[in-house]
Design a protein around this ligand. Structure first.
Ligand code: KG4
Ligand code: ZN
Length: 363
């Protein structure tokens, strides 16, 4: 879907917009990747009463907040719309209402200002974030590297071979890791999103108190599964009858569940690293997504990476979770190759990272 654009050379800062799920975000980056301004508005409070993201509420909230949020972000970057060199939006995968809001807004700016528009794949944006100047230590992170994306909506291992060149090595066959955290947190009577609250509760618990199953552990390949683990926790909670669990018991369940998830993630990522090293010869593992905030998960991944001579790179949390810096940066990476997108590019609720149209036909 991307087109070669002789007119897509980058002439000024890039505005990125993110609205694929429940964060409304905007960022302005200089052509060299320097972050000039960034804003993330979380809709957590809007969705919390329902225990999860409600697509219609998300779309309406994006529509209500995006224009002022972009204006404020531009002002803090010291720019007006006339100072922009390009504009980009997450165009999929995600909730279609939010994708329409963000991409239509971006196309409007592109049309009005006569600047290139880039339809960014949200997963590629997570994948390329670690290449932001300065994020991976000295120098930039070179291709190829391995990405483990673990969020509320995504759980997959991807070989990142280049801009627009990705190979999915494995993914979840049921729940995403963050989804499992959220569901178990709900069983334990914690709020939504549940990951952070569950981690806090687990800190006071005994991780060896319950021997919950470790789905897929020890199996070949790098697919994931979490629904059996969640069911096992649900059965344990049910065994103790209706009503609130005693605090100590809830903490032990949380800690034991968290350890099971960390071990499964490290095992599957370990297989992915072996496969990736064999196929592509790289030795960097980038972890992204909200679950990457979890200290037990990070420690398990650190150990699995260290055992294989891999370097673990975890972008700072605000860039690991949904944000617009990653959208603007991905646009910069694509525009540097002369790739922009026509204004009739439709947003796509499903858009796998390894689909054929991640690059222009001529690339
Ligand atoms: O990347 P993210 O902010 O949003 C998307 O899902 O796209 O990830 C949110 C997910 C939620 O499921 C949340 O419960 C989980 O990441 N999460 C955590 C932690 N912080 C966020 N899971 C475990 N431990 C945490 N500290
Ligand atoms: Zn995301």
């Amino acid at each position: 879907m991307a087109t070669d654009g002789a007119d897509s050379a980058l002439t000024g800062p890039v505005l990125g917009i993110e609205s694929s799920c429940d964060e409304t975000a905007a960022a302005v980056l200089a052509p060299d990747g320097t972050i000039l301004a960034e804003t993330v508005l979380s809709q957590v409070a809007d969705h919390a009463p329902y225990g999860g993201v409600v697509p219609e509420i998300a779309a309406r909230a994006h529509l209500a907040h995006l224009p002022a949020l972009v204006a404020d972000t531009l002002a803090r970057a010291g720019l007006g719309y006339d100072g922009l060199g390009a504009v980009a939006a997450s165009a999929g995968p995600g909730l279609i209402g939010g994708l329409i809001v963000g991409s239509q807004f971006a196309k409007g700016v592109a049309l009005a200002r006569g600047i290139p528009y880039v339809a960014v794949n949200h997963l590629e944006a997570h994948a390329l974030t670690a290449r932001l100047p300065g994020l991976a230590g000295n120098g930039s992170l070179e291709f190829p590297y391995l990405l483990l994306l673990v969020s509320g909506g995504h759980c997959q291992c991807v070989a990142v071979l280049g801009v627009g060149r990705h190979q999915r090595l494995g993914g979840t066959v049921d729940d995403a890791a963050g989804e499992a955290f959220d569901k178990v947190a709900k069983l334990l009577g914690l709020g939504w999103p549940g990951g952070p609250a569950l981690e806090r509760l687990a800190a006071g618990g005994d991780a060896s108190a319950f021997a919950f199953p470790r789905p897929m552990l020890g199996r070949a390949g790098c697919d994931f599964s979490f629904s059996g683990l969640k069911t096992s926790v649900a059965q344990e909670v049910a065994r103790h009858g209706a009503g609130a669990l005693p605090m100590g018991l809830a903490a032990n369940i949380a800690a034991s569940f968290q350890r099971a998830v960390a071990e499964v993630l490290a095992d599957r990522a370990g297989n992915a690293m072996d496969l990736f090293a064999e196929r592509h010869g790289g030795s960097a593992l980038v972890v992204a997504g909200g679950v990457a905030a979890n200290a037990a998960v990070r420690a398990a991944l650190e150990a699995a990476a260290g055992a294989r001579g891999f370097r673990l790179i975890a972008p700072p949390l605000r860039l690991c979770t949904d944000n617009a810096v990653m959208v603007a940066w991905t646009a910069i990476e694509r525009l540097r190759l002369g790739w922009a997108d026509p204004l009739d590019t439709a947003p796509r609720p499903r858009w796998p990272l390894d689909s054929a149209d991640m690059r222009p036909a001529s690339a």
